[in-house]
Each structure stands twice: as structure tokens, then as C-alpha cells.
Design a protein around this ligand. Sequence first.
Ligand code: PLP
Length: 388
Amino acid sequence: MPYDLTTLAARADENAQENSSRSLVQPIYQSTVYAFSDLDDLERAMSGESGAAFYYRNGTPNRSTLERAIAALEGTEDAVATSSGMSAILAGFLAVLQAGDHVLADARVYGGTYALLTEELPRLGIQVGWTDVSDLNAVEAAWQPNTRLLHLESLTNPLLTVADVPRLAELAHARGGLVSVDNTFASPAVFRPAVHGADLVSHSLAKYLNGHATAMGGVLAGSRELMALARTRAVRLGGTISGFDAWLTVQGLKTLGLRMRAHSGNAQAVADVLENHPRVRRVHFPGLSSHPQFKLAADLFPHGFGGMMSLEVEDAPGFVKRLQGKIPLAPSLADVATTLSYPWGTSHRALPEARRLEQGITPDLLRLSVGIEDVGDLLGDLEAALGE
Ligand SMILES: *Cc1c(COP(=O)(O)O)cnc(C)c1O
């Protein structure tokens, strides 16, 4: 990679001056259609030769800028931006799967992905199997002759299980399959799955890439060939990202390197302190030596572990109440300000109770998305809410 990720991110808008006004920041192109000087000009756009925009659903200058920036950050040939994280994941699935194929997924995947796999793909004749990607033997045993894709998350919600992407990619490729990694919880500043062998990398842009809880969108990154297949699906399904959301995400991306350094540093400090707090039963964070995969996490994430963690606390309802006005209860993540969420009642409520408990998701578990505030202020608020 020629430049550090921090540099690539800061220059996410570098194509902006292609516009005739030479504005430093790319304008938002609020036009559904583009005009052409003659039929040859139109033909070059329609065939993809010139790369020129022609109709909003097929692509806009703001979307192209975002796609080029993400491809650079993830170290892939290309990327496709879509209307949400879910539409990016779906575009990836539909790019490589057809009726009769089998997809193997980690049992801990995001609730929306779980619903897509259990409720939608089987209706298209795609078979779905579940596995535990932290156990390579289990993945091998679950692999079927028609398994075409292994789907997993680099860091899972809410218990921060780390996927050994290099070995999982090796296992899948040796069997003729592909690997799809949802990298939303890590961001490319923490981990770049494609560099470690993943074929498809997806993100919800609403999380770290935008970073300010202002944009909705998704992105899929991978080879030119796979992205051409995914782009066709995304355009046909109408999963179009708005120019404004693409633009907001590009503005957010510029500070990704700095933000992730701050998120990771604060999360490490909070985890270290709370792990030893008498009112905290357990902290789940990959940067703690008590994490069952600490060594793997340290190998794969040399620049820090991101800002996500979960806590098992005494009196979770009281803790949440005492944080009001300081740390809001909000069922999303990755904002610059710290937020709390409640997996039992939100992200995982659709899972049967027994399955939640089996995965370690209890009614006492709170997920903390650690922000970039001053770490002393943050620790002060958390310790005050925990009590003596
Ligand atoms: C939020 C999220 C998604 C879904 O993304 P949307 O943009 O909400 O569609 C997928 N995976 C993970 C890990 C997420 O956190």
C-alpha cells in the first residue's frame, strides 16, 4: 500500500476537483440524469467505457468518490456502495449464490443478516447452514459439497468474538468456496479482511465509516469481477445510496484514521479500568488478556481493537438510568460520542431466549460503543453510574 490508511482516508475527496467549479470538497450532485453531447458520448457512458454518470440509480459522482475511497481503504480493486448495510450484504450474496447453492454462516451474525439468511434466501432455493467460525473443525464438518460461500463478521456483536479470517479463507478456498466478511465492527483502520484473503467485505456505512450517526448506506468491496456482479444486482434491486448520504460518508471518512485511534485508545483504557471494578462482573473486549482470543486479536489487529465492548454489570437498569444526560441508550453504534445499547432487548430480541443465553447474551449485558471523548471524563461518568 503506497500510503498509510490515515492519509488515504484524509484524501477521500481527492477526486472532487474533477468538477468544473474546482471546489475543494466535491459538491452534492442532486440531479437524477446527465446530458450527453452526441450519441458517441452517450454510448461511451452506457457501455461503461467513460465511467460517466447517466442515471442516478446506476451511479452518481458522489457514489463513485465513496466507492473509490473505500476500495483504497480496504485494499480491494473495487467497491459498490448501496442504500444500507443490508442491501450491500444481499448484493454480495446474490452476486455469488444461486438456487441449489449452500451458504454457511456464523451463528453470531447481525440480526438483520440472520433474518435474511433464514427467511429470504431459502425462498430463492439457496440452502443455509450455521456454524461456529471460532472452531475450524466445526466449519470443516459443516462444509457441504455445494457450499459456495462462508459468511461471518470479523468482530461479532455483542461479545466481540474475533474471526481468524486468514485460516478461514484458506479453508474455504481449498474447498472451492468464497468468504464474505462483515467488517462493520472493526472498520478498515482496525482490520482489512481482503488483505487477509476474504473475497467480499461489507460495511454498514451508518457505523464507523460515517462515524457521526448521520448517514445511511452500505458498501461491498472486492475484486473487479465480483464487484461487477454485485453492482448489477444492486442496480437491478434498486439499492441506491443517495448522493447526500454518500457525501456525508466521504466527509466522515476523512477522519477515520484519527477517530479509530481515539476509539481504540479510549476503549482499551475503559476496558482495563472496568474489568477491575467490583460492580462489573465481566468485560468482553478483544484487547484484554482475559478475552479467549486475545492472542489472535493482537496478531490480526496490530493498531488497536476498535471501540466496541460489552459489560455484564450489577443492576443494568439502574446503571443505564444513572448515565442519562451523559451516555445515551441508543440501539446503534460507532458515533463519535459514547452510546450504550441493550442486546437482549434490541439487536438480539428476535432470537429465541434459549439461543440468546447459549450465546452468552444475558439480561445483564450492556454494549458500550466507546466514543472519542476525553478518557478521564468518560471514566468519571461510567464510574459514577456504577456506584461505589
Ligand atoms: C448495522 C449493521 C448491519 C446492517 O447495516 P444497515 O446499514 O443497518 O442496513 C450489518 N452488520 C452489522 C455488523 C451491523 O452493525
